[in-house]
Design a protein around this ligand. Sequence first.
Ligand code: CP3
Length: 348
Amino acid sequence: MTDAPTPLLDSPLVRAARRQSVPHTPVWFMRQAGRSLPEYRAVREGVGMLESCRRPDLVTEITLQPVRRHGVDAAIFFSDIVVPLAAVGVDLDIVAGVGPVVAKPVRTRADLDRLPELTPEHVPYITEAVRLLVAELGDTPLIGFAGAPFTLASYLVEGGPSKNHEHTKALMYGDPQLWHDLCARLAQISGEFLRVQAAAGASAVQLFDSWVGALPRTDYERFVQPHSAAALAAVSGLDVPKIHFGVGTGELLASMGAAGADVVGVDFRVSLTDAVARLGDRYAVQGNLDPALLFAPWEALEAKVRSIVEEGKAAPGHIFNLGHGVLPSTDPDVLTRVVELVHEVSAR
Ligand code: CP3
């Protein structure tokens, strides 16, 4: 596809991701669209999560809500990491307060054989919603996203959210060939989902490997990294920066960068200074305010935000974000104040 609008190369988000100078530190929040916003709860009333992801009018409205309210430097496309899996026919639901639940876990070769590759024809509503959004957003870049093969595999193999990922690790170690074949299929699905969003006009992409912090580095490099690299490589021709994030991944930061990221997401357990020491100067960093600190007294929160902005100034590039998603009971006015503070203290 060659009809993509020009990515917003001069936006602070894209410039920071490419380690170029910025007028101020760009800021957005993982899960900025969602239950913390009353206007989100109002439009979602009576509409299931997966259904809302298939309606371009709702996707557009929900994606724009935090941009209007908080003045963030990027929109994150409203969807979910399991949307492409549902699109290729996996029987699953997103249960409120729980997360994705898969009717029949994927654990055998026959199960894998029933998992088709993703084509753009599976997700016409994604292309349509991205196009609508890019037209509405003007100068604000849109971040497209997908789940990484490990995190998607965990939901499919466990059948739902998991604390210990025991069936996933049992498959990885018990049948490495099946594991690699499953992850290769998921990398195709994930990479194509990213490519569809970038081709329709997203200015950057983020690959979420939320639960990969459950693995030691040696297992990450052997069982996961090649597949995440394949997913990220799917957008390599499209000139969009690639952000790669996981929770509890302090030991994996350099390996996740080496999977092909331009920006490595850092959770709140590792300081940005330590992250940069582990990553070197080839990557920008994104993060890393603890979402729980949004509940702390403003003076304490303000000091933490200022110190993260300062640490970020020493990084090759910095995108301010939380160390994980906005918690549903967060006061949205606090998020707006954080955006204003980041812009004020980082203005060059
Ligand atoms: O603002 C945004 O960040 C954009 C939208 C977004 C959603 N899911 C919407 C959503 C994004 C980027 C995701 C990614 C996602 N989904 C991840 C990776 C990010 C992360 O948090 O680590 C993961 C692991 C999932 C799987 C998933 N889907 C979970 C764990 C949940 C939460 C379950 C719950 O109810 O607490 C979902 C559901 C979901 N995805 C909601 C939203 C707004 C809540 C559902 C609702 O509002 O009814």
